[in-house]
Write a protein that binds this ligand. Structure first.
Ligand code: FAD
Ligand code: UQ1
Length: 448
């Protein structure tokens, strides 16, 4: 729990004239609250220390200076989630995907290690655990989304059994690799739920990797591979959907559309799907391997919150990322209702625009910079190939490189597996990477 002091109202408290001299601290200690003088008002308060929260803390610290930005995040570790696709396929180690939260919080940004319980934007404050109140001038909400395994009957307890895994959670991603390695013969089933998800390509990336693994290990003829998706299409952008449909056909993968996982009987290795086109009808599939993509939704704290829309997502202007009702409130990433695909690449594009929006608001100007919905999904299709999907709010391709990115390429795989992690840790999280827009413009100079 953070040792941040209490004030009785949400108005700005007096700054103490004297603070005790603090002993020299290591970088990680600098971010802990223990032993540090505490405040309960910040010029910028950031909720959530994932991709968007850390990136925006770094940008805001540069803007308003050390000591004026605080970040609320309960977890000791920060994860580079995009690596989990490769962890589930046995190509990377889980330990390589994490760093101590203290080490990714920019110096000069105060880490309040707690959980937001309530937002009160009419009074410019939030409440944390133990009813601790923190006030702000500007608020950035970056709370991510919530995994809802419990919405599937038999989960999460079914993960105690073998043959089932899920790349979406730190607790289950290594089980995917166990299931893949232990595959003997039968159905290998990959699911996609009936809710918005983060990285909408990830549910099928692990399927292509599994197919390649079976081929490499002489198991392919024993495997009946199925993509059971609640959606009615394989991917939301026509250009990449066409490429993926060719791949599933050539690799003899069955796609069952409008099939929504509702129950797992892990003791019997059975998965139950509802057919969304025939309400009330269910189909039971025996599995030898099951990869579950769970239903997802907004974090509990946002449900019925004044900052959220009816579904619970933070309600933003889709171009400026400013809140539709509270002009000093902003949002970024998976917790928002921005109508684009939820990815770290989208967070990168949003972070550059949001920094400009906040700058304008701070100067009393109308924000002019516009987010175009940029998002990207490197669709890994093999242990050395990927399709690099990049697109905008209109589901139109917005490709960085002047080549056909819908082709499976070694270069796209290298970019995903080897270039993205350093770009994430040293560019995006430090507030220097706002997406590939400038590179795209440069590479397309002179092209139509
Ligand atoms: P997060 O990074 O999830 O951060 C949310 C933070 O809020 C967390 O740290 C959480 O602890 C904190 N929090 C939650 N509730 C509270 C609370 N009440 N109080 C305080 N803090 C709270 N993206 C890509 O661009 N490319 C990819 O290839 C890619 N692949 C992916 C593969 C997988 C398997 C997964 C799981 C994700 C992938 N993504 C990919 C998606 C990407 O990781 C996310 O979209 C991105 O991390 C979202 O950032 P965020 O800041 O919105 O949320
Ligand atoms: C990206 O910017 C990003 O965030 C750092 C990702 O998340 C890890 C991505 O997966 C991708 C593809 C991008 C976009 C970057 C380029 C160079 C196309």
């Amino acid at each position: 729990m953070a040792a941040v002091g209490f004030i009785s109202s949400c108005t700005r408290p007096l700054v103490p004239l004297f603070r005790p001299r603090l002993p020299k601290m290591s970088p990680s200690q600098l971010h802990t609250t223990a032993g540090c003088a505490s405040k309960d008002y910040y010029e910028v308060l950031v909720l959530g220390g994932g991709t968007g929260g850390i990136a925006m803390s770094a940008r805001m610290k540069r803007k308003v200076g050390a000591g004026n930005v605080a970040l609320v995040e309960p977890q000791e570790k920060h994860y580079y989630q995009p690596m989990w696709t490769l962890v589930g396929a046995g190509a990377k180690q889980l330990s390589k995907s994490s760093r101590a939260t203290a080490s990714v919080i920019p110096s000069g940004v105060r880490w309040i290690q707690s959980r937001v319980q309530k937002l009160d934007p009419d009074k410019n404050c939030v409440y944390l655990e133990n009813n601790q109140k923190i006030s702000y001038k500007y608020l950035i909400i970056a709370l991510g989304l919530q995994l809802q395994y419990e919405k599937i009957k038999g989960l999460p307890e079914g993960f105690k059994y073998p043959k089932i895994g899920s790349n979406y959670s730190i607790h289950t991603v290594e089980k995917t690799w166990q299931a893949l390695k232990g595959f003997e013969e039968g159905n290998a089933i990959f699911t996609f739920p009936n809710t918005p998800v983060k990285c909408a390509g990830a549910p099928q990336k692990i399927m292509y990797l599994s197919e390649a693994y079976f081929r490499k290990n002489g198991k392919r003829s024993e495997a009946n591979i199925m993509f059971n998706t609640a959606l009615g299409m394989i991917f939301g952008v026509q250009k990449y959907a066409d490429a993926l449909l060719k791949i599933v056909k050539s690799r003899d993968i069955t796609v069952n559309y409008r099939h929504n996982l509702i129950e797992v009987r892990a003791d019997k290795q059975e998965a139950v799907f509802e057919n969304l086109d025939k309400p009330g009808t269910t189909e039971v599939y025996q599995y030898e391997m099951l990869h579950v993509t769970p239903p997802m939704g907004p974090p509990d704290v946002l449900l019925n919150s004044p900052v959220s829309d009816a579904a619970g997502w933070v309600d933003l202007d889709k171009e400026t990322l400013q809140h539709t009702k509270y002009p000093n409130v902003f949002g970024i990433g998976d917790c928002t209702n921005l109508p684009t695909s939820k990815t770290a690449a989208a967070v990168a594009g949003q972070s550059g625009v949001l920094a400009k929006t906040i700058s304008s608001v701070m100067q009393g100007k109308t924000p002019t910079k516009k987010y175009d919905g940029y998002t990207s999904c490197p669709l890994v299709t093999n242990y050395n190939r990927a399709i690099l999907a990049e697109f905008d709010y209109n589901s139109q391709p917005l490709e960085t490189f002047p080549i056909d990115q819908s082709k499976e390429r070694l270069t796209s795989f290298h970019m995903k597996a080897h270039m993205m992690p350093p770009l994430y840790w040293h560019g995006l999280l430090k507030g220097f990477w706002g997406g590939p827009g400038p590179i795209r413009k440069l590479l397309h100079l002179g092209l139509k």
